[in-house]
Design a protein around this ligand. Structure first.
Ligand SMILES: *Cc1c(COP(=O)(O)O)cnc(C)c1O
Length: 370
């Protein structure tokens, strides 16, 4: 079986984790939390890092920190994980969608401005599958209308837009360190910003909005979104190898493209000239003319011992969101098409070129035999 992903954990993770156990620092009070925050913020290029318990928590914390609240509108892609919409909804805000671009699958930035209203507070670009969003137009629309830019960089650790790291381009960014992300802490996340006030609000929200100097007195409703010292220890170890991990991801991505690029009916993940993608997951879209959709291809690959995952289902098609009265009668044709025709292939750091060859020949056989 070739797994879709497998985290790579090593001796350094074990050593730092053992340190937590030996010292008794297992809660969020331990020293690795601060070290992880400072090192990750330094790596991406922001002043502050606030580690939290997941990427989903990071998104909500970032929106809170940016001042998003009741009745505000947040513009985000229709093609993304539900966490983006959840973050807005939990704070009483309203997700407003834009469709995806057909080739990078990122939000189509040319659709953003017509969705701006007097209630719009923020734009949330999501760097999908490790490829940066075209940020200059996003930032200029935000400047023009006085909006906050919150990057969801959960799939883009180390990706670059015009030479600058994703997650340092907007006002604040949200990260995930779930087991399948480019660096992992098992579960975990972080908020990054260079804005001191936003950093303070994020730290407060993560820790029940305790008032500094007056414990057990609360003027606002927060959460316990704290990360443990043990998770942060794994994060510090993972971060020390991040450049190597990104190099491997890019190498795998380029090898996949080389092997799949000339198969008719398969659209490969692209990389724009201004982008450094980190190929978080290697993705393909099947042309409808093949007469195969993603779930048929996935089932056929599974029979040959190859594990894959489907693309996101559009937010506007999620029953849980529609039942709130959201997105009625809205259509996002690119999102709907890639949701049916897109899948991602085995992309773990331990994947070998030989395994990629096996995946590619299985895909060829399935197309031919169909
Ligand atoms: C993984 C992911 C999240 C959520 O992160 P969790 O740590 O699983 O909560 C949010 N946004 C995107 C784009 C993701 O890929």
């Amino acid at each position: 079986m070739i797994p879709v992903n497998q985290p790579l954990l090593g001796a350094e993770e074990k050593r730092l984790l053992t340190e937590c156990i030996n010292s008794g620092w297992v809660s969020s009070d331990g020293p690795f939390v601060n070290e992880f925050e400072q090192k990750f913020a330094g790596y991406i290029g922001t002043k502050y890092g606030i580690a939290v318990s997941s990427g989903t928590a990071a998104l909500e914390t970032a929106l809170y920190a940016a001042g998003v609240g009741k009745g505000d509108e947040v513009i985000m892609p229709s093609f993304t994980i539900i966490s983006c919409a959840l973050a807005a909804i939990r704070l009483g805000a309203v997700p407003v969608l834009v469709d995806a671009e057909p080739d990078t699958w990122n939000m189509d930035v040319s659709c953003i401005e017509r969705r701006v209203t007097s209630k719009t507070k923020a734009i949330m670009p999501v760097h999908i599958y490790g490829h940066p969003v075209d940020m200059d137009p996003v930032l200029s629309i935000a400047r023009k209308h006085g909006l906050v830019v919150i990057e969801d960089a959960a799939e883009a650790h180390g990706a670059e837009y015009r030479g600058k790291k994703c997650g340092s381009l907007g006002h604040i960014s949200a990260w995930s360190f779930y087991a399948n992300k480019i660096i992992t802490t098992g579960e975990g996340g972080m908020v990054l910003t260079s804005n001191r006030k936003m950093a303070r609000r994020a730290a407060s929200y993560r820790n029940l909005c305790f008032l500094p100097g007056r414990r057990f007195y609360h003027k606002e409703l927060g959460y316990n979104f704290r990360i443990t010292n043990m998770q942060a220890a794994i994060g510090v170890a993972q971060l020390s190898r991040i450049e190597e991990s990104i190099r491997i991801k890019r190498m795998l991505g380029e090898y996949y493209r080389e092997k799949l690029g000339n198969i008719k009916g398969i659209k490969c993940q692209t990389e724009r000239p201004w982008a450094k993608s980190v190929y978080w997951m290697y993705c393909i879209e099947l042309d409808k003319k093949l007469g195969l959709n993603a779930s048929q291809m996935m089932a056929a690959l599974l029979k040959r011992g190859i594990d894959t995952r489907p693309f996101f289902l559009g937010l506007h098609l999620q029953p849980a969101l529609r039942s709130l009265g959201l997105f009625r009668k809205e259509r996002y044709p690119v999102t709907e098409r890639i949701g049916r025709q897109g899948l991602y292939l085995p992309s773990g750091l331990a994947l070998s070129k030989k395994q990629i060859d096996k995946v590619v020949s299985a895909i060829k056989m399935i197309i031919r035999g169909h």
